[in-house]
Design a protein around this ligand. Structure first.
Ligand code: SF4
Length: 236
């Protein structure tokens, strides 16, 4: 009986693994068949020569409620002037505000990033910490930001859950959750660790281009068969 249960468990894990690979590949195929998507802001910062952990952290803070292309441009401009945590820590808020104004909520964001830079400079000798617990101690850094830093700055497995990851995971039926924090916990249980690092990147691009909040492009979507939302909406 125990052996039988174990076999079922192994098969269900393999089934889940196949499903996740199929979903990720299907998303990439769909996006490429429609129009190859623009990289996300964080991937762009990761790929850029100056994509330092500090710029990823500050970029994630600045990305709240602004467009991706705007985030990348502002981060580049900010780091061309303030190259280190020490330089940013001693910046005048009014100067930082001028550079980041287009990202919205610029006064709050300017104070926040100077404060974060000061802590990194004084407590961590200018180096962004590499553990989730230490990142979460920084002011204004929540789980999404901390996980983004782990993935995009340090290539560590984590699942940053933003609005796109939360919405698509629920539509697919991978999770049934109300808030992103619950989604992160459920996804970590269900998705094999080797896929974690790709989830945010692919789901965010899919959410921006195909599985949009309103009017998802189900007609062109190649993962319909794995989607609970599609089955519920279009069965009958
Ligand atoms: S809601 Fe539509 S676009 Fe989104 S995953 Fe399901 S079938 Fe694809």
């Amino acid at each position: 009986m125990i052996i039988y249960t174990n076999i079922i468990l192994v098969w269900s894990i393999i089934g889940q693994l196949d499903k996740i690979s199929r979903i990720l590949n299907g998303m990439l195929k769909t996006m490429n068949s429609v129009k190859p998507p623009r990289m996300t802001a964080l991937r762009e910062l990761h790929e850029a020569e100056n994509g330092s952990p500090l710029s990823i952290l500050i970029g994630t803070i600045l990305s709240a409620r602004t467009r991706d292309e705007n985030t990348s441009a502002v981060v580049k401009k900010l780091f061309s002037r303030y190259k280190t945590a020490r330089a940013l820590a001693s910046a005048k808020p009014v100067d930082v505000e001028k550079i980041i104004k287009s990202t919205g909520f610029y006064r709050v964001k300017a104070r926040r990033i100077i404060e974060v830079a000061s802590i990194i400079n004084s407590k961590y000798s200018g180096k962004v910490p590499q553990t989730i617990d230490k990142l979460l101690e920084l002011p204004g850094v929540g789980r999404k930001t901390a996980n983004c830093v782990l993935v995009y700055a340090f290539d560590k497995p984590a699942i940053p859950v933003d609005t796109h990851v939360h919405r698509i995971s629920n539509r697919l039926g991978l999770v049934q959750t109300k808030i992103p924090e619950e989604t992160e916990i459920e996804l970590m249980k269900k998705i094999p660790r080797e896929h974690w690092i790709r989830i945010n990147d692919i789901f965010v691009m899919y959410g921006q281009n195909i599985c949009k909040p309103i009017s998802p492009m189900c007609a062109v979507c190649q993962i319909k068969k794995d989607c609970s939302y599609y089955r519920t909406k279009f069965s009958s």
